[in-house]
Structure formats: structure tokens, C-alpha cells
Design a protein around this ligand. Structure first.
Ligand code: OOG
Ligand code: NI
Length: 458
């Protein structure tokens, strides 16, 4: 079998994300309503900002605008996580970054499976935020052992999915027919199950330890707990959610609204209370599933990220706000020290940029011999710099999303620290460092324009 008989990994990912969206809209109709609202507000934003429309159009982003950018799942064991790594690899999604949520009182650590190269991100940037339960953070020995035992008895993948994963690895890909079957089988893993695998007493005991533990342990598999389309105006969606009978979480997570958007802003609607059935036909309700939206800005360098973390921490020293307007006002004043123009962000090395030739630059490249200093070339109008979009997640924001959707009160921070080594051992490989990816994108683009202008290649 030769390579060209295989469906590209990017296409398998698209097949997967669209199938998942269809399934989730059927399962959670409110999510379909949120998607409609997002699409409507995106349209209005584009109509009032022709330059934005033009920019998205020239990047080929208009068509996929309101499609999902990410989803999230929570798994219980190392074996589940490592098999998921193999599943996602077949779709061109690889584990980037390590997130420790224990500090925020959520007993998990996480990564995001996502496409890593530029071309694949452009085709379909869909990613899955994947959390692994940290059973070692459950204090009571009996409860920890019981949870581990329940988890050891489940198999979250269908037999056929496991066969196809192995086949894809041996062949080096999947044919279109196999890929369709693979996606359908894998979807089963993320389906919602109304019937818990435990009795109601066990459910309540686990839930008392932490609501997240019950969510991971008591079901047949890691149901997709939310999907997240991209909005061009998160503040307006937040305001308008109640008009379509959707109850948004109290505040938008992440940085404030800015002229030059940075990192990631997110909000969600609070999780549904859904009836579930236990062994012995007793019923109760469970909150797990919700809908989220995101608006992405520029990726920050380690220096920029340190400044972001510092200002965010400063803003969080004030008592938590329950109304978004006040929260945003306080954030905006805390972020007054974060430069908000592209030139400062670039020259102070706070954000990552991609370098391209301008039209004049392309003319010059035919001749070669331009000076080899990037700044000089930019000033001469031969090169332009545009921000690189942030493709990852923010642990403080993620914790806020977790908290508001688990229902019940918050939880104290766990005493244990981040343990990336244990996570990577469970995963079966190291996670990729996000900064390395952005720096390479920036450096490669700089290298290319310099080479074209100085030596005249192109
Ligand atoms: C994941 C929450 C984190 C995000 O967008 O930051 C997340 C979860 O609730 O399982 O999805
Ligand atoms: Ni999310």
C-alpha cells in the first residue's frame, strides 16, 4: 500500500471534529443555540469591520470561522491516556504543553492534543484538552482503591477502534473507508451515557471527595464535556447569551479586551443538570456538560507570558467579582502596564510574530542584495510582521472553566505540586513545548524573508 492511498491526517481530524459536533448538538441542544448565536454575532462583527473580514478572507479563515476550535475530555487511567495519544496521532494531533490544575483545586493534570505545523493548523485547528485524574490526590485510602478498581474494569474503546488504531500504525495511515469507520468507532468513546456504572451510594461518596472524581469514575467513558467555537466578539456573546435563554458563567476568563488581543479569552454556559440512572434504578442529576466560546489573540514569548501571569495575579488579589463588567474594568486597569501596540510588543519581545515580504519586498527579492537586518527591512517597507495566533490554553482560565461547570463550591488547592514527569510517563511520551513551536515559526519566517531579500532566491 502506498502513501497516496491514505486519507491525510488533517482530513481525518476534520471528519472527527464535524462528527463530534453533530453528536454533541444532538446530545446538548443548548450548544446548537450557542453556535447559532456565535455565527450571528460573527456575521455582524464582520459586516461592521471590513478590514477584519478582508484579513480573515485572505488567510482562508472565513469558511471555518464558527466551527469548533476545541473540545475537552477527562480520563481516569494511564492506559486510557496513552491509547488516546495513539488515536489523536492518527488525526495529526499531538500533545502540547503540560497544565497543572491541582493548584486550583482540581485533581487533574492535562495536555492539549493539537496539530503542530502551520499548514495543519490552517486546515483545521481542532484540539482536545485532555485531563488525567490524579487518584493519588484522593486522601482516603479506601476511596482511592475503590476508584482505581472501578476504573480498571472499564474499557473505553470499542474492539474495532483498537483494531483500526493498530492497523493505522502498521500501515502508516488509513484509507478513506477505514478512516470513516475509525472516526465512527472512536466517537463511541466520547458519547454520553445516562446510566452510571456504579450504585448511587458510590456516586455520592466519590462526589463528596470531589465532583470531578465522580464525573470521571462513574461512567462508561470520557464523555465529551464541551465543544468551543471561535467568536470574533466574546463580550457581545457573553451579554447576549441570556437573550437566548443561555446562562453564561459569571466572568470572561483570560486577559481583558485590548486593541492587540493576546493569548485567549473564554467563557461558557453553566453545565446542564442531567438525569442519570444508577444500578438498582435509582436516579439523580449530574452536571458535566456545557458549551464554551473562545477568542484568540497573539502568542506571547516567555517574557510576555511572565508579564501576563504577573498582571493576572495582581488583578486576582482583589476579591473575585461576580459581575463581568466590574471584573473586566479591574482587569483592564491591571493590564495598563502591558504594551498594546504591535511595534512595542514586537520590539520588546513580548509576542511572537511571523515575517512576510510585502509587495515591494517581492519585487526586491527578484534582485537580491537588500541589507540583512530585519528591522531595517521592515522600516524600508520590504517586510511586514503579523502576530502569530496563540494555539494553547491557560491553566488559570481552565481552572475557572472547570470550577464554574462542576457545580457546587470551589475546592481547596491540593498540597501536591505539578508532576509533569508522572503525566508524561502515563502519556507514553514527553509533551511538546509550546514556546519552542512558536519560536520556530517566527525564526523560520524571518530566515525565509532574509534569504529571499539578501541572496535573491525566490
Ligand atoms: C476542561 C476545562 C479546560 C479550557 O478551555 O480551558 C478547558 C474541562 O472542564 O474538562 O477546556
Ligand atoms: Ni474549553
Amino acid at each position: 500500500m502506498t502513501l497516496e492511498h491514505f486519507l491525510p491526517a488533517d482530513d481525518i481530524r476534520t471528519l472527527f471534529s464535524t462528527s463530534m459536533s453533530r453528536m454533541y448538538q444532538q446530545e446538548v441542544p443548548q450548544y446548537g443555540t450557542l453556535m447559532q448565536l456565535v455565527a450571528e454575532i460573527n456575521e455582524q462583527t464582520l459586516a461592521s469591520e471590513p478590514s477584519l473580514q478582508q484579513q480573515l478572507d485572505s488567510n482562508g479563515e472565513l469558511e471555518r470561522l464558527s466551527l469548533e476550535r476545541h473540545g475537552a475530555i477527562r480520563v481516569g487511567t494511564a492506559a486510557e491516556l496513552s491509547t488516546l495519544r495513539r488515536v489523536f496521532a492518527i488525526m495529526g494531533m499531538h500533545p502540547v504543553s503540560y497544565y497543572d490544575l491541582s493548584e486550583a483545586g482540581v485533581p487533574v493534570h492535562s495536555t492539549a492534543f493539537r496539530p503542530v505545523d502551520d499548514a495543519s493548523l490552517r486546515r483545521n485547528p481542532f484540539r482536545i484538552f485532555t485531563s488525567l485524574l490524579r487518584l493519588e490526590l484522593i486522601e482516603e485510602d479506601d476511596l482511592r482503591a475503590r476508584a482505581a478498581e472501578i476504573l480498571s474494569q472499564r474499557n473505553i474503546f470499542t474492539d474495532r477502534a483498537l483494531q483500526l488504531i493498530a492497523q493505522a500504525e502498521v500501515q502508516g495511515g488509513l484509507t478513506a473507508k477505514q478512516a470513516h469507520e475509525f472516526v465512527a468507532e472512536v466517537l463511541e468513546t466520547f458519547r454520553w451515557h445516562q446510566h452510571a456504572t456504579v450504585d448511587i451510594a458510590t456516586y455520592h461518596t466519590l462526589q463528596d471527595a470531589h465532583r470531578l472524581i465522580a464525573d470521571v469514575v462513574c461512567f462508561r467513558g470520557p464523555h465529551i464535556n464541551h465543544l468551543t467555537p471561535r467568536t470574533l466578539d466574546i463580550d457581545t456573546v457573553q451579554l447576549r447569551m441570556p437573550t437566548v435563554n443561555i446562562n453564561p458563567k459569571a466572568v470572561i476568563e483570560g486577559p481583558p479586551r485590548r486593541r492587540c488581543p493576546i493569548l485567549l479569552r473564554q467563557t461558557s454556559f453553566t453545565a446542564l443538570e442531567e438525569e442519570i440512572h444508577f444500578a438498582g434504578e435509582q436516579a439523580d442529576s449530574h452536571t458535566a456538560r456545557f458549551g464554551e466560546i473562545e477568542q484568540r489573540g497573539m502568542a506571547l514569548t516567555p517574557k510576555g507570558r511572565a508579564l501576563y501571569d504577573e498582571l493576572l495575579t495582581r488583578s486576582r488579589q482583589a476579591p473575585a467579582q461576580t459581575d463581568n463588567e466590574t471584573h473586566q474594568r479591574l482587569l483592564t486597569s491591571a493590564f495598563a502596564d502591558f504594551p498594546d501596540d504591535e511595534l512595542s510588543l514586537r520590539t520588546q519581545e513580548l509576542g511572537y510574530f511571523r515575517y512576510n515580504l510585502t509587495e515591494a519586498g517581492r519585487q526586491q527579492a527578484k534582485l537580491g542584495g537588500a541589507p540583512g537586518e530585519l528591522e531595517t527591512l521592515i522600516k524600508a517597507g520590504l517586510v511586514q510582521a503579523t502576530p502569530i495566533t496563540y494555539e494553547d490554553f491557560l491553566p488559570v482560565s481552565a481552572a475557572g472553566i472547570f470550577q464554574s461547570n462542576l457545580g457546587g463550591g470551589g475546592h481547596q488547592a491540593y498540597a501536591q505540586n505539578a508532576n509533569q514527569a508522572a503525566f508524561e510517563q502515563a502519556l507514553g511520551c514527553p509533551v511538546i513545548d509550546e514556546f519552542t513551536l512558536y519560536a520556530k515559526l517566527q525564526d523560520d519566517s524571518a530566515q525565509q524573508v532574509l534569504q529571499a531579500l539578501v541572496t535573491g532566491i525566490n
